[in-house]
Write a protein that binds this ligand. Structure first.
Ligand code: NI
Length: 175
């Protein structure tokens, strides 16, 4: 086995971020390599979550590691999600969000306060995860990625148009 590798993170407006990802069939060595690389890439960034299409692989795989970001001294375990489905959503909460694929932007996003997700782990075992707080936010953000949705899509129309103008300006400057 080759050692783990940090992969390039695709950024907006890369079209790979906009395509709905495909369900994973077999969990083979190549998929395990992808998961290892995603974890490595997420930690190196650093970020708390990463979806496979963010490294250019259009498959339903995401990793989340909120560590002790939510509560100091209380480390939450790394979560690997293969073919995740949302079982239920409850309540609403507005919280600051950012994304490794949309550098230098954080904005308040409205999300469900609690979520229940069903997915397979890297051993192929189905599990359910219920979460609130930062984990609920990360789960919704990463599952959005797998459906080709970015957090900027969930901003208010005014915030969206500000973002679009800023992007146009940045692209004109680099062209
Ligand atoms: Ni993201």
């Amino acid at each position: 086995m080759e050692p783990m590798a940090i992969r390039e993170i695709k950024t907006f407006p890369d079209p790979v971020l906009r395509k709905k990802t495909a369900a994973v069939g077999a969990i083979d060595e190549e998929l395990c390599r992808l998961i290892d690389d995603m974890v490595e890439t997420m930690h190196a960034a650093p970020g708390v979550g990463l979806a496979a299409n963010q490294v250019g692989v259009p498959l339903q795989v995401a990793v989340i590691d909120i560590g002790d970001h939510e509560e100091e001294g209380k480390k939450r375990p790394l979560v690997v999600l293969i073919n995740p489905e949302v079982v239920s959503l409850e309540g609403t909460v507005v919280a600051e969000e950012g994304c490794l694929s949309v550098p230098d932007l954080t904005e308040k996003v409205k999300r469900a306060a609690r979520i229940k997700v069903r997915a397979k782990d890297r051993a192929g075992k189905t599990f359910e995860l219920e979460a609130d707080g930062l984990m609920a936010k990360a789960l919704q953000h990463e599952i959005d990625h797998l459906n080709g949705i970015l957090f900027i899509d969930r901003l208010s129309p005014i915030k969206k148009s500000i973002f679009r103008r800023r992007m146009k300006k940045a692209m004109a400057e680099t062209a």
